[in-house]
Design a protein around this ligand. Structure first.
Ligand code: ADP
Ligand code: MG
Length: 349
């Protein structure tokens, strides 16, 4: 009798447990709800979508993620008074500034990428970026002498980092994290969502995107590549992906036009002018959006050959480069992932 009881326990209890787990997963799949949030952050349109057990849990996670993004903006903006970057720039040539661990991480990444990108990505390009003021109310074509003068103050070796203390030694040099902070913010927002129990969704900060987990209906995530044309919001290709980031840079987003010439926001440190490499759009796939943010800008400046060559040397990074002749050039790992949707664009290789 005793033995039989034990036997029943051994069989019945696990059976009940297994059934419960099955029911739970079935329930969860049914009840996961799509929750969307949007906000204007880091000077761009921010969008977060999650699949959550309830609207309120989804909204709560999204709100926390946006808060994290705002915190990053408040420490890394060049214009927000008393941000770390604002303070570093105010104290250029005078004193070191103690910065947050976030800012330190992004600055150190930036320094690393200066070498990887052969100087084309430079977080101390502020003097040139301010001079052009693309997207700001003081945007204009600077005089050649002004450009030459500003170019004298973009030497990253003038940046001194000791622990969390950061100092710019050159009084005329300025830091600008505009090409890297957004990617970092995307990565951090995803961390916050996951820490709040979200298992799938995406974060999109003006084209810096991270997609994670699976959709409840198991259909693939398709992320579109925007048509690199003025005033166009349609998509020219799509990429199936998950658990990685996709970041695009182009010359069609922030610019001004004077006498039929378009001046955009990606500055070539070598010329001091908006880069003119024949590339009109760069899309990077990588494990982290911070890397995608930097590399999309850098490849844009490096141009097709050098840009493609750089990406082929980096592990787990892929690229789609669109040149002005509407040809799409991809790195070796992107072959079966990209699908062209607009017939005006063709695969080059
Ligand atoms: P978007 O915001 O369109 O994604 P990017 O990520 O390409 O643009 O970054 C552009 C921003 O990066 C500029 O607005 C400027 O703040 C900064 N920037 C421009 N040129 C460079 C450069 N060569 N190296 C580092 N940062 C740059
Ligand atoms: Mg970018």
């Amino acid at each position: 009798m005793k033995k039989a009881k034990k036997y029943i326990k051994f069989i019945v209890v696990p059976l009940i447990l297994i059934t419960m787990v099955f029911n739970l997963t079935a329930c969860q799949e049914k009840v996961l709800q799509q929750v969307d949030g949007e906000a204007f952050v880091l000077g761009t349109y921010g969008q977060i979508r999650v699949f959550a057990p309830s609207q309120s849990k989804g909204n709560k996670a999204i709100e926390k993620a946006f808060q994290r993004i705002r915190d990053i903006e408040n420490t890394m903006s060049t214009s927000i008074e008393n941000s770390d970057v604002y303070n570093i720039n105010q104290n250029a040539g005078q004193a070191a500034v103690k910065v947050s661990d976030d800012t330190l991480y992004v600055i150190e990444k930036g320094i690393e990428y200066k070498n990887i990108t052969k100087g084309n990505f430079n977080i101390t390009l502020g003097s040139l970026i301010e001079l052009w003021g693309i997207g700001k109310d003081w945007q204009r074509i600077p005089a050649q002498e002004e450009i030459i003068e500003a170019q004298k103050h973009i030497d990253i070796n003038q940046l001194e980092v000791e622990g969390n203390n950061v100092k710019i030694n050159d009084p005329n040099m300025l830091m600008d994290l505009g090409g890297i902070a957004k990617g970092y913010a995307v990565d951090e927002a995803v961390k916050v969502l996951k820490a709040n129990g979200i298992e799938s969704g995406f974060v999109n900060l003006g084209g810096d995107i991270f997609v994670f987990g699976e959709k409840p209906d198991q259909s693939p995530w398709y992320i579109g590549i925007q048509k690199p044309e003025l005033n166009s919001s349609s998509v020219m290709a799509r990429i199936a992906m998950s658990n990685e980031s996709i970041v695009s840079s182009g010359d069609y987003e922030r610019y001004f036009i004077e006498e039929d010439v378009r001046y955009h926001h990606i500055i070539d440190p070598a010329t001091g002018y908006p880069s003119d490499s024949g590339v009109i759009s760069v899309t990077i796939l990588s494990d982290k959006a911070i890397d995608g943010d930097v590399l999309s800008t850098a490849v844009f400046i490096l141009g097709l050959e050098e840009g493609l060559a750089l990406i082929e040397t980096l592990e787990d990074v892929e690229v789609a480069i669109i040149t002005s002749d509407k040809l799409v050039h991809i790195s070796s790992g992107l072959d079966d992932k990209i699908e062209i949707l607009d017939k005006a664009y063709r695969m080059a290789n």
